[in-house]
Design a protein around this ligand. Structure first.
Ligand code: 3PG
Length: 306
């Protein structure tokens, strides 16, 4: 079987070498398409691939139509909003993710972002400390839980909400469950977002929620830019000159935000939450192992289009 690693934003060389070793060690063929400039290159490269390892690369119906031999796609990471699941299912392609494998990297970035904004983006003006502040975690999955633990170690109090996790589980993990999203935003100095981008969540965080935040609060988004209603965010920052926003990946209106709000906003130019040597290795190797295992035993444990 031919396993293609297609990554516009490549893994580290060590992770690629590790993936190759696993794939070839199991008797399969390895190929890589990295830093491609146009989706047409991916469409051409998938023609003879039996398996595909991707990151945030878009697996569109066009890609799936071209991939006539494709049996499995593994998104090396958590969010799979970049894969058209309906089209994949229609083509009998199994789609998996590698949950948890890059979570620590994202959680560390979320914590770093809080401190970066407290310290006025490392400019000399008087900043603040995170110790003693309250952090609200929106979605208490692999990343959210790790952010909570790290925040606790920094002396913050932690509140969390997750529609899929019962309050007692949140409490067991050391956080105070919030009765509603409104209550979470209304009482936390920082809110860290960890929801996936789905039809239900896209554009769901806007003016109403953001303006509930207490004086001087900061919204931290290491999830997806799409979950923010950008017009609502802009108006909230306009009406509340004390609020701040930091995001791992640029909002579409970033230029306007930067111009209007200066150091109160910051966005990374390219999503970098999972961009660590460790996360590359963990997620990349897990993806390779899942493919090898799928071909050997049919294991679909991490399938997301069942
Ligand atoms: C994820 O969903 O796993 C993260 O957003 C990481 O995405 P990346 O692999 O494109 O960096």
């Amino acid at each position: 079987m031919k396993v293609l690693v297609a990554t516009q934003k490549p893994f580290s060389a060590a992770a690629v070498a590790g993936i190759k070793e696993i794939v070839e060690g199991a008797g399969h063929e390895f190929a890589a398409l990295e830093k491609y400039a146009d989706a047409s290159e991916l469409v051409a490269a998938v023609a003879d691939a039996d398996a595909l390892i991707i990151r945030s690369d878009k697996v569109t119906p066009e890609v799936l139509d071209a991939a006539t031999k494709l049996k499995i796609v593994v998104r090396a990471g958590a969010g799979f909003d970049n894969v058209n699941l309906e089209a994949a299912t229609a083509h009998n392609v199994v789609v998996m993710n590698t949950p948890g494998q890059n979570s620590n990297a994202v959680a560390e970035l979320a914590v770093a972002m809080m401190i970066y904004m407290c310290r006025n983006q490392f400019t000399p003006a008087t900043g603040c400390e995170v110790q003693g502040k309250k952090l609200g975690i929106q979605a208490f999955g692999n990343v959210g839980r790790l952010v909570g633990k790290k925040a606790e170690a920094l002396g913050m109090s932690v509140m969390a909400i997750d529609p899929f996790i019962p309050s007692e589980k949140i409490r067991e993990a050391g956080a105070e469950p919030s009765e509603s999203l409104e209550a979470l935003y209304g009482s936390c100095d920082f809110v860290s977002i960890h929801i996936p981008a789905t039809p239900q969540t896209i554009g769901s965080i806007g003016y109403d929620l953001i303006t509930r935040m207490p004086k001087g609060a900061c919204l931290v988004n290491t999830a997806r830019k799409e979950v923010i209603d950008e017009a609502g965010l802009e108006k909230a920052l306009e009406d509340r000159p004390d609020l701040k926003y930091i995001s791992d990946v640029m909002p579409d209106n970033y230029e306007a935000l930067k111009e209007k709000f200066g150091l109160r906003v910051f966005a990374t130019p390219k999503k970098m939450g999972a961009q660590t040597a460790e996360a590359n290795m963990n997620a990349g190797l897990a993806a390779a192992r899942q493919i090898v295992d799928y071909f050997a035993t049919g294991n679909t444990r991490f399938q997301v289009n069942k």
